[in-house]
Each structure stands twice: as structure tokens, then as C-alpha cells.
Design a protein around this ligand. Structure first.
Ligand code: CA
Length: 239
């Protein structure tokens, strides 16, 4: 936050005209906005500037967006939204645990982008409960061979740790806390990613489910835990 109480947003984007149009629109919404035009400068600024949110391009001179994100994540949990130009970048963000909170694909509407910015800032500043209907921290939820430890944000299967990103953890913890109940992909986007309007890409939910199944299911093609409810969405089986 700056001296006037405005939330601060950093735009890391090497195409100056795009960066400036972004900054103009972001400022119009009442945020403070600074631009950096290469990865290294962006990283330095991100680490020293006290930002509330970072918009991060991927193809950047001097250090790409994935590296910048990784280095920020070593020391900060500031919300990061990737701004991607290509489908394969989007797949990479979805497929890898890049540490990003969200992404938008160019070309995007400002309405959509601002909705994402609002949602991510609200969530990180604790203005919304991270995952609604999650049991109080301290509980361990057991579902069959799975144990979800809400103190350590960790998941084990038969006592063996399963490596999950924060979002994947939130996803499975949410379903586990409400085991047996099916949720639509839209509801899951709202609950886990916190969009105030429905602008999310429901494919995000499908890809998340696929990634989690690969980690927790014996045969991801025949899931026993993370189930599809035809015509509705997904649920975690009560076992
Ligand atoms: Ca670029």
C-alpha cells in the first residue's frame, strides 16, 4: 500500500505501449501502478517496492516471467497474475507449479483483468476467507487413505507425502471438507480462485483435477477419490 492508502500494482511488461495502457486503466480503478520493462528490473522492483499484486508478462528481456516468479516466491507470497500471449504458455502455467496465483491470456478485456486483480487482492489481504467451508486449522481430514492436514497444508496418502501446489491443496481441502458433495466447475472457480464475477476459464478446474488425480489416484483414468459427477462437476468420494 502507498502513503495514500492505495493498493500498489506492479506491471512487468516489455511492450511499453501495452504496459502504459495497462497502467492507465489500473490507475483509473484507484490503484497505484508502476511499470518495469524487463525481467531483472521487474524482480528488483517486486522485491523492494511493497506491492499488493504483480502482473507478469512471460516473454521478457533479461529474465523470463517464470524465473521472475520463482525468485519472488522464494521470499514473498504477493499475488502474481501471469499475462500470457500464447496457448502453450497458458498450458505451461496450468501444467507446472509456477507459483502464480492466476493468469490471463492476451488479448483480454480490462473488465476481466480488473475482476481478477480485485479477486486476488481481496483474497491475499484476507478480506475473503481463503477457502470457505474449510474446517478450522488444526483439523486433519481423513478420506480413505488420504489425510489432509490443515495445520501444515499437506496431504498424505498411506502416510506418504503428496507434493501439491497451494492451489491444488486448497482444491482438495475444500472438497475433502465437503466430501460427497458435488460442485460445479463454476462454483469451484469461485470458491478456490475467488472470482467475483464469472470470468474464469473452467478449463482451469479440469486441468487442476487432472493434475491432482495423477498424484493421488492409483489409476487416474479410473479415479477412486476425485470423482466426476456427470452433468454437475466434481466431488471427493466419501470412503
Ligand atoms: Ca513480452
Amino acid at each position: 500500500m502507498d502513503a495514500n492508502g492505495k493498493k500498489k500494482i506492479l506491471v512487468v511488461e516489455d511492450e511499453k505501449n501495452i504496459a502504459q495502457v495497462l497502467a492507465y486503466n489500473i490507475k483509473k480503478e484507484g490503484y497505484d501502478c508502476t511499470c518495469a520493462y524487463d525481467g531483472e528490473t521487474g524482480l528488483t522492483e517486486a522485491l523492494t517496492g511493497g506491492y499488493d499484486l504483480i502482473l507478469l508478462d512471460i516473454m521478457l528481456p533479461r529474465m523470463n516471467g517464470f524465473e521472475v516468479c520463482e525468485k519472488i516466491r522464494l521470499v514473498s507470497q504477493v499475488p502474481i497474475i501471469f499475462v500470457t500471449a500464447r496457448e502453450e504458455e497458458k498450458d505451461k502455467i496450468l501444467g507446472l507449479d509456477t507459483g502464480a496465483d492466476d493468469y490471463v491470456t492476451k488479448p483480454f478485456s480490462f473488465k476481466e483483468l480488473l475482476s481478477r486483480i480485485r479477486a486476488n487482492i481481496r483474497r491475499s489481504s484476507g478480506e475473503v476467507v481463503q477457502v470457505r467451508q474449510t474446517p478450522a486449522a488444526g483439523a486433519v481430514i481423513e478420506v480413505g487413505e488420504l489425510a489432509i492436514d490443515t495445520t501444515h497444508y499437506s496431504v498424505t496418502k498411506n502416510g506418504e507425502a503428496i507434493e501439491l501446489s497451494k492451489k491444488d491443496y486448497d482444491f482438495i481441502a475444500f472438497l475433502a471438507a465437503n466430501a460427497g458433495k458435488a460442485y460445479s466447475r463454476e462454483a469451484l472457480l469461485e470458491a478456490i480462485w475467488g472470482y467475483d464475477d464469472y470470468y474464469g476459464d473452467i478449463r482451469t478446474v479440469d486441468v487442476t483435477v487432472c493434475r491432482i488425480r495423477n498424484k493421488i489416484e492409483k489409476d487416474p483414468a479410473k479415479p477412486e477419490y476425485l470423482m466426476t459427477k456427470r452433468g454437475v462437476g466434481y466431488f471427493l468420494a466419501k470412503r
